[in-house]
Design a protein. Sequence first.
Length: 471
Amino acid sequence: MSKSYLIKPPLSIFKEYDVRSQIGEDLNENTYYTLGLAIGTELQEIHGLHVLLLCRDSRASSASFTESLIKGLLESGTRIIDIGCLPTPVLHFAMYDLQCQSGLMVTASHNPADYNGLKITLGGKNYYGNRLRALYQRIMDEKFFIDKEESGKLIQYPPEQVINKYIRVIKGRMGGMRKFRVIVDCGNGVAGHVAPQLLTALGCEVIPLYCDVQSTFTHHHPDPSIEGNLSDLRQAVLEQNADVGVAFDGDGDRLGVVDNQGCIIPSDYLLLAFADALLKKEPNVGVVFDIKCTQHLNEYILARKGRAIMTRTGMAYIMAGMSEHKAAIGGEYSGHFYFNDRWLQYDDGIYAAARAIEMLSAQIGDSHHFFAQFPKSLSTNELKINIAEHLKEEFMRQLILHAPLHIGGELTYIDGLRINLANAWGLVRPSNTGPYLTLRFEAKTYDAMQDIKGLFGRLITMINPLLELPF
């Protein structure tokens, strides 16, 4: 076959959970065309299927990248149902509603506007880790179905129909809601097509903030897990005397929450509140959370006779843990929430916002006093240490090798290294999305916080004295 139209992208764009990169030589229209050929072939050859749903976010590059992806998919003989520009969780809902096991989302999620990527689900399986690497190898080996355009087909499905059904189904599964005044910050991302409509339909008084969907994120970076990105939301909550504020990332699968006093509610504490509400109704509820989450979450769940399950960070690992343990809910420190209870298990920031407001509606007091009831400690945000990509694996190997020799306590290795002491814990893990290590610390006292930071600092410096510590 002619190879003039093929591009072999580097392995570096195949991240742990998805395809993602800065737009340029490694990620462009030709890349998406090649991905379309590979994915269409994989869908038919491995899964025995021919149909998938296709969706994109609002980035300036997403429309042209989607066109190139469609070209490759059609040439491989794939039948495509294009549902347009919608949030990632709405794509997952459409897969459920239309009974389609496969879907592609052109997005770079919370990354800046000059990035893009692709989230892949084929045959009901999320593509991550080894599956993504196998897809890369298919491209390297040029194992494609080609010249099958006669089998391929493109159907344009009205996005409004998907949105209306999504809202109708969620509304039918929700309990009573007070008429909350809610500031909704979509960061000019694609959640603006859905979140304000949903919360209005649920009876909220919605005050939109950056809900006009744009191709660039004009006002702030679309990542609600970063405190600075919530500054305008916090101010708006106070100025408008709102009951609560909610924020979403670029493709709507992450949620950030601000209470009525403008205080940010960390995602692991929001998960704790969700778990508490479920445990009050039913004992032995399973709750899955990632290794970055507060120790209070584990202790609180166990004290209330629930099942606390810690996993690696990432959608695939949370969902696998939920399936294995038949858990009702899962969550990540980064703001992803997964509900098996009354919902479809995938991470959905928009649905999670509705559940948060439903939960707050059942309380007598305001949102600040509600969240203040849960135990808290001193904690850091996620910290980063820059390290070359090719050095990360060996650094972590040395860290895990030496940690037991120099530090006591309970050591956990499921995702990097987490060390639990009596009054504190710390975590260092290799990022799956960039050339850095990520760290978190939590402690019951100031002295315990200094101690745990000191322990990690000495251990890290012993292994690589050139690394610059952020604490």
